[in-house]
Write a protein that binds this ligand. Structure first.
Ligand SMILES: [Cu+2]
Length: 114
């Protein structure tokens, strides 16, 4: 085996070793809570928009199961700024990130159609 063949084989092995189920987890920002070993502060899930109430500042979403936090359900999420409503309509399938506020409300950190 030549040097270049050996290098190629090693690269192939390393490449295969990188394949895993954690791609979605690794793009989550690290948080102080995680380093303390408790729950993360921001969760990401998918859902379908059921209702948009601009006057109230909420988007009601039927979201999928959030492992370790909530089962699938329909609930309101508060926007952090009005521009988060832009481009969204009832019935849209979305992927979004949210955090739990101090008063128990859940706030949308980011949201996009899928
Ligand atoms: Cu919920």
């Amino acid at each position: 085996m030549t040097f270049s063949q050996a290098a190629f084989s090693i690269a192939l092995l390393l490449g295969l070793g990188c394949q895993g189920p954690s791609a979605a987890e690794t793009d989550a920002p690290p948080s102080a809570e995680e380093t303390k070993g408790s729950r993360p502060e921001v969760w990401e899930t998918k859902g379908v928009i059921k209702r948009i109430e601009r006057d109230r500042g909420t988007i009601t979403i039927h979201h999928e199961d959030v492992p370790g936090y909530m089962p699938a359900m329909t609930m309101p999420f508060w926007v952090e700024s009005a521009d988060q409503f832009e481009g969204l309509a009832e019935g849209d399938a979305v992927t979004f990130r949210f955090r739990r506020g101090e008063d128990g409300k859940h706030f949308i950190v980011s949201i996009k159609k899928r």
